[in-house]
Design a protein around this ligand. Structure first.
Ligand SMILES: CC(C)(COP(=O)(O)OP(=O)(O)OC[C@H]1O[C@@H](n2cnc3c(N)ncnc32)[C@H](O)[C@@H]1OP(=O)(O)O)[C@@H](O)C(=O)NCCC(=O)NCCS
Length: 181
């Protein structure tokens, strides 16, 4: 990634008007890390129209997990929003991950603020599930929302079975702990 491109990514992120100063700083840090060590911890996909960068996606594998990938930042140039670029970037990421993993979980965090309504709608259209919501996480009235999607060779019945087993295991552990008090 050239220095020029890095500055362009940053400008696009600033111009979308939803990210605060700290968030822009974090995007810059990740871009710099990617520039130093491309595809080590972070992957970057971009879309262009001619010379113009129309959007980019920063994502990576969660190193503490077997097959969980994280979406860090998805940004579409303000002048090109609503034309399918965000969706395309997310789809490209799925197509990139799948040959590497037999199955994968993609996880992302977003905010409940109205500024992120399009982002949430996009994730729901792409069949991401809302996993958890922590009220007032970022600020009063600004909840953290975590979404996930399972891709690849995952049998939904098996997943449900696993989930139920874990629930039952945690209930019986809880009962055991209470019994020993
Ligand atoms: C959220 C964002 C990435 C979406 O990218 P995009 O290229 O504009 O979205 P797409 O054109 O691919 O739209 C995909 C879906 O999202 C929804 N959507 C996106 N933009 C929308 C808009 N302006 N109005 C209504 N719905 C919209 C639509 O439901 C659309 O689905 P459909 O095509 O089946 O109707 C982009 O708006 C953006 O960069 N926003 C600011 C930064 C941000 O919020 N990033 C996410 C941080 S968590």
């Amino acid at each position: 990634m050239s220095e020029e491109d890095k500055n362009e990514y940053l400008k696009i992120a600033q111009n979308v008007g939803v990210f605060n100063h700290e968030e822009i700083e974090v995007i810059l840090e990740i871009l710099e890390e990617y520039k130093r060590f491309p595809e080590k911890d972070y992957f970057l996909f971009e879309e262009r129209e001619g010379e113009t960068i129309t959007g980019f996606l920063l994502f990576g594998k969660n190193s503490l997990t077997k097959f969980c990938w994280e979406v860090y930042w998805l940004v579409v140039n303000k002048n090109f929003q609503g034309r399918g670029i965000g969706k395309k970037l997310m789809k490209r990421m799925e197509e990139f991950i799948l040959p590497k993993e037999d199955k994968a979980i993609i996880r992302l965090e977003t905010s409940s603020k109205t500024e992120y309504a399009h982002a949430r709608r996009l994730y729901e259209r792409l069949e991401f599930n809302e996993a958890v919501r922590i009220p007032n996480f970022y600020d009063q009235g600004d909840d953290l929302m975590i979404y996930y999607k399972q891709i690849g060779n995952l049998d939904p019945d098996e997943l449900l079975y696993d989930y139920q087993n874990r629930q039952e295991a945690s209930v019986s552990t809880h009962n055991l702990q209470n019994a020993s008090i």
